[in-house]
Ligand binder design. Structure first.
Ligand code: FES
Ligand SMILES: [Fe+2]
Length: 311
């Protein structure tokens, strides 16, 4: 896999046991749940490569026995004899499990999630598999020129992206037909362009694998947020996890139905992207135009997360 940085590696509800593993590109990450805490380690046994998440037994919160030859493996440090596996920085927020791959800076993602947990309610969303590299999924938020043809948007305005505190940020304003936003669109809307809804987006990429996008339907004061992450798989697909954070207004938590509506809308959007993504010639030599400027800047941002043998 090409890039590291923050990934959402699982939903907490997916954990079937106290010890499990998830693939992230050519790695396997071990998720250990113990004493109400969740920690993430390298899942490959240093003895001869067994997956510690498949049958590994926790002896105590920091030591596990390998299912293959029974060696004791120290989780993230000393205490397990000659063998230990590295710990990844990780965090769990509102049922979403994140891990930082490649030893890059922790950066601003934890602060952003703190903010969302303080002002919004985060609803764990859905998982989807699409045959596309993860960075293309994240790039989508910045590729303003694709919105009209792929997502049936009437008009797009866009701003100059910025890079601050390691976060790549860009604004886009979509003008959409009301029928589309209500989720009734079958891909062809019948609005004549005289009635429309403005949807300002403020997308922030925290890594080539994770964006949080502020969405203000109708330009309203209470935007919601879309948390999207894409994890590469060895078969060339990406596992996309998408959740929403809905605003808590005057102390009232938003109902699940609101979140479901937004999740449905986001799922529909990804299905519109799918046929293009799954048939992309990834090795074709592109001929960029000025319209691709934001995408090129995003790709430059991605290069900061190149793994190149980093652990
Ligand atoms: S592979 Fe883990 S103990 Fe042998
Ligand atoms: Fe898209």
């Amino acid at each position: 896999m090409r890039y590291g940085g923050w990934y959402q590696i699982a939903f907490e509800r997916d954990l079937q046991a106290d010890v499990s593993s998830v693939p992230v590109g050519d790695r396997r990450l071990l998720i250990v749940r113990s004493g109400g805490e969740i920690n993430v380690y390298d899942a490959v046994c240093p003895h001869r490569g067994a997956d510690l998440g498949v049958g590994g037994k926790l002896l105590d919160p920091r030591v596990l026995t390998c299912p293959y030859h029974g060696h004791r493996i120290a989780l993230g440090g000393e205490g397990g004899g000659p063998y230990c596996v590295a710990k990844y920085p990780s965090m769990v927020r509102s049922g979403l499990i994140f891990a930082l791959v490649g030893g890059f800076e922790i950066g601003k993602l934890p602060d952003m999630l703190d903010y969302l947990e303080g002002t919004h309610k985060i609803f764990a969303g859905f998982t989807k598999t699409i045959k596309v590299p993860p960075e293309m999924v994240i790039e989508n938020a910045f590729d303003w020129a694709h919105f009209p043809p792929v997502h049936d948007v009437l008009k797009v305005e866009y701003g100059e992206p910025t890079m601050e505190d390691g976060v790549f940020t860009a604004t886009t304003k979509l003008r959409v037909g009301p029928s589309m936003w209500q989720g009734t669109g079958d891909g062809t809307h019948h609005d004549d362009g005289t009635t429309f809804v403005e949807v300002p987006l403020l997308a922030r990429a925290y890594s080539p694998n994770l964006t949080i996008t502020q969405v203000a339907v109708g330009g309203g004061d209470h935007p919601h947020y879309v948390i999207a992450s894409a994890v590469p798989m060895l078969d060339g697909t990406s596992t996309i996890r998408l959740s929403v954070a809905m605003p808590v207004v005057d102390g009232f938590a938003p109902p699940q139905e609101f979140a479901d509506l937004m999740l449905q809308f986001e799922s529909m959007g990804l299905e519109q992207d799918r046929p293009v993504w799954e048939n992309l010639a990834l090795n074709a030599t592109p001929k960029y135009t000025a319209e691709d400027d934001n995408v090129l800047k995003y790709r430059k941002f991605c290069e900061r997360f190149t793994l190149n043998g980093r652990v």
